[in-house]
Design a protein around this ligand. Structure first.
Ligand code: FAD
Length: 272
C-alpha cells in the first residue's frame, strides 16, 4: 500500500522539532524509527499531513546514570538498550525486555519513545515501564512536564501527550528491588506477545491483557499480604479485559496470564 501524500521535514534539534510541530498543529506527527507509524500510514490508518523527522536527534539518544535514577533518551533504540552495560547492571529488566522486541532489524530502528507513544497494548516496553515505576518527560511549546507511567497510557493507542508534545526521556528510579523477570509467550520467536509479564520486586505488569498495559494489582496485593508465587498468580487475570482474536481467545489469555505470572514471580524470587 502507498501512504496518502504528506510533507516531510527533518528537525536538527529538539527546539526545531517542537517549532515545526507547533506550526502544523494536529496535522503533524513525529517520525522516530518509523516501525509503527509507517505501516499505519501505508494502511492509511494514520494520515498525518506533515511528518517531523526526529530520527537523527542524537541529543535524545543516550542512557545515563543520574544518581537517583537512570535516564534513557526517547530516541534510544531497542538494540542500544539490549546491549547497554549500564542497564544490564542497574535495570536488567529493561535491557532484557528490549532484547526480546521483534527481530534485529526492528531493534535497530525502533526506539523506546516510539514504542511508548504508539501505546500498543501488545508491545513489551510499556508494561516494563509500568513495572519499573518510571516517569516520562515530555516537552511542548510551554515547557517540560513529568508524567508517571501509570498516567501515561490512556487507552488503545492513546497516551496523555498533547498534540505537538515530544517525549524526551524516561526516568527509572533507583534503587530497584532486586528480583525481576520478563516472560513473553509467542507462537514464533520474533512475534508480538500473545501475553507478557514484567515483574520488578513486588510490581507486576501485563502485556496484551487489556486496552492498555495493566498493573496486576490483585497479584501485587496478594504478594504484599504474604502469598507465595502460585497463590498470588491465581489473581493474574482479575480486572483484565484481554482481546479475543485470531491469535488467542480471551479464556486462553487469562490462563496464560496466570501461568506466566507464576513463572515470573518464581524467577524473580530466584534472583533476589
Ligand atoms: P515510530 O513508528 O516512528 O512512531 C510511533 C508513534 O510514536 C508515532 O505516532 C510517532 O509520531 C510517535 N513518536 C515517536 N517518537 C516520539 C517522541 N519521542 N515523542 C512523541 N511522539 C513520538 N514491539 C514490541 O514491543 N514487541 C515486538 O515483538 C515487536 N515486534 C515488531 C515486529 C515488527 C515486524 C515491527 C515492524 C514492529 C514491531 N514492534 C514490536 C514495534 C517496534 O518496537 C516499534 O519500533 C515501536 O513500537 C515504535 O518505535 P519507532 O521508533 O519505530 O516509532
Amino acid at each position: 500500500m502507498i501512504p496518502a501524500p504528506f510533507t516531510y521535514q527533518r528537525a536538527s534539534s529538539v527546539d526545531e522539532a517542537l517549532e515545526l510541530a507547533a506550526r502544523s498543529g494536529e496535522d503533524a506527527k513525529f517520525l522516530a524509527g518509523g516501525h509503527s507509524l509507517l505501516p499505519l500510514m501505508k494502511l492509511r490508518l494514520a494520515l498525518p499531513g506533515i511528518l517531523v523527522d526526529i530520527g537523527r536527534l542524537g541529543e535524545l539518544r543516550y542512557i545515563r546514570d543520574d544518581g537517583s535514577h537512570i535516564e534513557v533518551g526517547a530516541l534510544t533504540s531497542h538494540d542500544d538498550m539490549a546491549r547497554s552495560g549500564l542497564l544490564a547492571s542497574e535495570v536488567p529488566l529493561l535491557a532484557h525486555a528490549a532484547g526480546q522486541v521483534g527481530d534485529p532489524q526492528v531493534r535497530h530502528r525502533g526506539t523506546i519513545g516510539g514504542s511508548l507513544v504508539h501505546a500498543d497494548p501488545a508491545a513489551d516496553l510499556p508494561a516494563v515501564i509500568l513495572a519499573l515505576g518510571a516517569t516520562l518527560v515530555a516537552r511542548g511549546p510551554s515547557g517540560s512536564r513529568e508524567i508517571g507511567a501509570g498516567a501515561f497510557f490512556r487507552g488503545l493507542f492513546e497516551t496523555s501527550l498533547q498534540p505537538g508534545e515530544l517525549l524526551t526521556a524516561i526516568r527509572i528510579p533507583k534503587p530497584l528491588a532486586v528480583g525481576w523477570s520478563f516472560q513473553k509467550f509467542t507462537k514464533r520467536a520474533i512475534d508480538w506477545a500473545i501475553v507478557g509479564v514484567a515483574v520488578q520486586g513486588g510490581s507486576v505488569a501485563l502485556v496484551n491483557m487489556g486496552q492498555t498495559p495493566l498493573r496486576a494489582t490483585a497479584v501485587e496485593q496478594a504478594l504484599a499480604s504474604g502469598a507465595g508465587p502460585r497463590d498470588a498468580a491465581a489473581h493474574a487475570a482479575e480486572d483484565s479485559s484481554p482481546p479475543d482474536d485470531i491469535n488467542a481467545g480471551r479464556g486462553y489469555r487469562e490462563h496464560l496470564a496466570r501461568v506466566l505470572v507464576a513463572r515470573a514471580l518464581e524467577e524473580s524470587r530466584s534472583r533476589s
